[in-house]
Ligand binder design. Sequence first.
Ligand code: 5AD
Ligand code: SF4
Length: 749
Amino acid sequence: MNNKEMQQKKVFLRTFGCQMNSRDSEEITGMLFEKGYSLSDSPEDADVVLFNTCSVRKHAEDRAIGNIGALQRLKKKKPRLIIGVVGCMAKARKGELIKKLPHIDFICAPANMYEIPEIIERLIRNGKQPNDEIASSVAPLLPRNDNYRSAATDYVSATTSKRQTILAIDKENRPEIKNVAYHKKGISALVTIMEGCDNFCSYCIVPYVRGREVGRPSESIIDEIRALADQGYKEVTLLGQNVNSYKETAYSVERIAYSLSAVRCPLSAKSRNFINLLEAINKINGIERIRFLTSHPKDAGEDLFKAMRDLDKVCEHLHLPLQSGSDRLLKSMNRGYTASDYARKAELLRKYVPECAMTTDIIVGYPGETEEDFNATKKLMEEIEFNFAFIFKYSPRPPARASELKDDVQKKDKEERNRILLELQESISFKKEKEFIGKETEVLIENTCRKEERKVMGRNRQNLKVALVGKNDLIGKLKTVKINSIFGHTLVGGLTALMVLFGPAFFNEADARTPEPRPFQGKSGTEECFVLGDYENAAREAAKTLPLASAEKGKLYYISGTSLNKLGRYEPARENFKSLIENYPKSEYAPLAQLGIADSYYLNEDYRAAAEEYEKYITGYPKSEAAATAYFRLGKCAQKEGRWQSARNYYQKVKTEYPLSFEAQMASETLSEEILYFTVQVGSFGKKSNALKLCDELVKKGYDASILKTQSDGQETYRVRVGRSDARAEAEELAKRLQAEGLPVKILP
Ligand code: 5AD
Ligand code: SF4
């Protein structure tokens, strides 16, 4: 089959599971691209559908099986469609897959991954053939010196029953880790440094499906990362099941001998360990950040923490799965450390790298987990305060050893424990994330925000997502971002310089979360006065410089107009903004000038005119940077004029259409304060019971009374309010009736 024929072939590839699988999928994509395939967005539109599967928890398998099963109908319609199941579940559940899902054409283990193009070509050429099995039945890898055999039977029986499905599952280890990864065009790349795992944690299926630990030669890793840097990548995440035990392993004959004998391959004196590898990668020009996953507490220690402190590109984030805080369970899990060993390590890490984020994995409901065991985990989580934790409900994964233990924790208890830890972690994560508010953090900007066009997204060194106002040209850049708020687990902020330029006339009002202006380093004159908040001089300097300046006139007009707004000189401010719009309509400051005009009216309390100008901003600059700001201020104008319905609509719009904006939070707060109505307040109490009594009486008399709880300086006040209306006259009428009942009335707002 020549390349031209292949070119027509489209592949739909769906990936489940961890980053190792994502990287494997990139390698698969790379191999198929080399053969002339292209990617498709949907199975309906594809010639080949591949599922790269995960086996680590039952849930992951069930999801994949559901997805593969759903293709049965499509396969009937398109009999030539090739369906392949690759990855961990292919290795672990091949027998079941053949039985349950006979429409699968081939099944390929992680270690056989490089055979995928050849298998697909064979299927395209010949279709499915009877007795088309290319695998030999090899007993699975078992723990060394292990007399644990029951798993082997399952494997052998699955591979000896002859089926039409092509099985490529014979290899226990990948012959090598190739650099054929097609990295999704981007800024951050996944780089596998090792395959497999030697730890045999009792609950874990990974060593059985991914084989024994094999370190990729460091030169191959470094070559790949150099090439990535040349292509403009800025960040690499080094992948392995237990990166801290990384050691180079020789390939070819030695490797094969190693995998057969399961004896550790001798290392040459020059071989790098994980720390040496980090040191070498830290020197690669162009790469700005290094991350790694996953670490094992028994192998991560002082030398790693020191390296994290000393190597400038290594990010301050360590994912260190704890699994349990109970020593008894940790022993049964074969983890090789105690709860106090772990706590000491966490403390040591924080000593060396105080700003390091720590994340973890926890399993609840492991066989035999008592309330006491569970509480030990909870207590340790409270003590350590992880930045984030993945909480998993235990599921037996044969042939992993723990699957022989009775899965005796009731489903409802697993669920309850899961919920308790999720809630606990949520509050700790939030507390940790809040610490970023008002601070600057370094962000590597990776892409545009899916939810909001005018925003870009990145991650800080602690691996938290950050959203900020900005355009595509920021992608790939490292920027200092000042954080104003949090949305979900995403920090929301702005470039320090941009925040200063963004409608500073308003930022007084935008409350304490607004950053202080920060001077532009090394610049002087007009701009410096402006960013320092010396508006008097900024306006004067701008007026002086404008007739002389040959460039950046738009900016000068903008500074001048905004400074005048700040000084309360609204007419001349508008003159400046209008000149900017007339003379430099294409300037990036023109939209901001329109916003400035609107602000000038707003600040002058002419809300009608302000609203008109904000509308002009929205319609005149439909792709504008500050639509959320404009809509929010339209809400404010409506609110000031008592057009409640309209105000509510604007705030609602900001909340739903610009959920990550700074204004969304303010809008949401305003909506929840229940101030966007006329209402009559008839009393205000320090004691809830008193408020309740009055409220009850009024309700009995047929009034629409309710209580609003407010808090200020830690003191709670309960206010009794009657009626909610968009019309003042209605509220006045109601107030009269309530007054006649002898109540003290106050019309709000
Ligand atoms: N059941 C539940 N969680 C599991 N994990 C691994 N095996 C199991 C299992 N059988 C979790 C561990 C591991 C993470 C990747 O998945 O917490 O760190
Ligand atoms: Fe599984 Fe333990 Fe290896 Fe992690 S270290 S992959 S949990 S066996």
